[in-house]
Design a protein. Structure first.
Length: 314
């Protein structure tokens, strides 16, 4: 199969028929074999009924419905599990992503060899202060931390090799960081394509200010897990050693001061309590590192590594 189009949706009953018809026109014109996987993230309108009706008219359309709203990351994760096409393309269901971009995105994966291609909505139609400024700051911070040169990490229009989506797990609010997840999994060829951004035709946006707070928390989590998930002691032990050593040196300073000036009581000096606190914190960090190592070494994925090629080994 040439392409799998994964479409997470929430209360988009009005846009679904137009979106599916548009996708069908594009893939038919390019002679692509395809499937459309629609994941209903607990819609409260008639979105699921629309999906079922569309399925009766076009057997390439497949659907999955959550019992309740779990979020876009969960929808994408389930869509990735179901995808079978050599190239997997994700897009939002609100018609702000153009299906006309499908051939260009697929070409970058198939012919140019990219592992992942992210859309860049260079010209936007929702440039409000509450959305545009926080989004620019979020993208800047993610670029600095991840070292991935993308302008729009949160663009829903992306293309992947099938192997990429089968090698990552998307949860929480991690759909914003799929390029980062792919990089940590070992997929280094990540590209970008300027794509059309269209005005919302139906419904209202499903995201608010809280997505930026959650997004930065998830970025911190994914950075830590990606670097230290299999060796937590290297993180906690490093900081624990530094803090513990600082506390120990302060205690040595107090002892030497006591020898030089016997009339001063060590416990009457603020430095004593600072040193004591630092030594306690350093010890706790060490304990956290040991516990992390125990959890890591007993986890099911402790020795799970992605192998790109083999020779002479079955």
């Amino acid at each position: 199969m040439d392409v799998s189009i994964v479409v997470p949706l929430l209360n988009e009953e009005e846009s679904l028929p137009e979106l599916c018809a548009w996708i069908e026109r594009v893939v038919t014109a390019n002679n692509f074999s395809y499937e459309i996987i629609m994941i209903d993230d607990g819609s409260t309108d008639n979105s699921w009924q629309v999906v079922e009706e569309l399925r009766t008219k076009n057997r390439h359309i497949k659907g999955l419905r959550f019992q309740r709203n779990y979020g876009k990351s969960a929808a994408l994760n389930e869509g990735f599990k179901a995808a079978q096409g050599n190239v997997v393309i994700t897009m939002d269901a609100d018609l702000q992503d153009s299906p006309d971009e499908i051939p260009g995105l697929r070409k970058m994966i198939v012919e140019e060899g990219f592992d992942l291609v992210s859309g860049w909505k260079k010209k936007r139609y929702d440039n409000t202060l509450t959305k545009n400024i926080p989004s620019k700051f979020f993208n800047w911070a993610t670029r600095r931390i991840s070292k991935i040169c993308l302008h729009d990490f949160n663009c829903g229009l992306k293309a992947y090799k099938l192997k990429v989506v089968k090698s990552i797990e998307v949860y929480g609010e991690m759909h914003r960081y799929i390029p980062v997840l792919a990089k940590w999994a070992g997929f280094k060829k990540i590209g970008e394509k300027v794509v059309e951004h269209r005005k919302r035709k139906y419904g209202t946006t499903k995201f608010g200010w809280e997505r930026f707070v959650n997004g930065f928390l998830d970025l911190a989590s994914i950075t830590f897990v990606g670097k230290y998930g299999k060796r937590p002691m290297h993180f906690f032990g490093l900081f624990g050693s530094g803090v513990l050593l600082t506390g120990f040196l302060l205690f040595m300073y107090l002892i030497i001061s006591k020898v030089i000036e016997p009339e001063y009581a060590i416990t009457n000096r603020p430095v004593f309590y600072i040193a004591l606190t630092l030594m306690i914190i350093g010890t706790l960090l060490f304990i956290a590192g040991f516990l992390g190592e125990l959890i890591s070494r007993n986890s099911p994925g402790r020795n799970h590594y992605l192998i790109e090629k083999k020779t002479g080994i079955e």
